[in-house]
Design a protein. Sequence first.
Length: 267
Amino acid sequence: MDNNVSRAVHPQEKTTLFRKIFTIFAKLSTRRRTLDPPPQNRPTMSHRILLVDDEVDILEFVRYNLVREGYEVFTAQNGAEALKIAAACRPHLILLDMMMPVMDGAQTCREIRANPELKDTMVVFLSALGEEEQQLAGFDVGADDYLTKPIKMKLLVSRVQAILKRIDADAAPEKKSAPGITVDRERYMVIRDGEEIGLPRKEFALLDLLYSSPGKLIPREEIYAKIWGTEVVVGDRTIDVHIRKLRQKIGDERIVTVKGVGYKYEP
């Protein structure tokens, strides 16, 4: 037998490897954090964030960086603990690991969505489980977004900032969004602030549908019918995945979620 022949890597092994890499990076970064100067003009603590992960090093690493950005950060090491803290502090955003003891991320997200006092809380999975099926499962239990580990801290902070801007936009829809989006149907192109953005066919059709009726709430059922058709069977969270990809390309504040109902475009 050829000893040089590589075997296929099982998804669970890949997940474990990702967690180890992220944990090691967290330890190294935490040790040198005292050498880093504090950021200038950081925001005040206007938003509360709850981090939930069973890896203490990851918790401390992410918490430290978010506190440096001016956020008020709480931590929990499992889902049951997270529910108690969330009920007490009412966070604006929960960053939630998927694999945890006592209560996993999916169970925790279901409990959060069942609590009317947390109806306005955004839930974002931050997990090493990055396969499409796992992401869809996260959206299926009520997540607003799904990020995969390992992730560069600057990118994570940027995503958190964008998500919190989305919260502010939902809370104050009268605030005018930044201009700059144009949908060119003839060239099948989106132009954002003068820059052309190419979109896959379904993403373009979804944006065009929302863009054509600014400020109007379009139900999920209507979106499914017009974009995928009534004869095509798609997953319940297919729309959420496409919306998440659109937000990454055109800006989080432009597409507003009405939980359990549908979406609307705010110009």
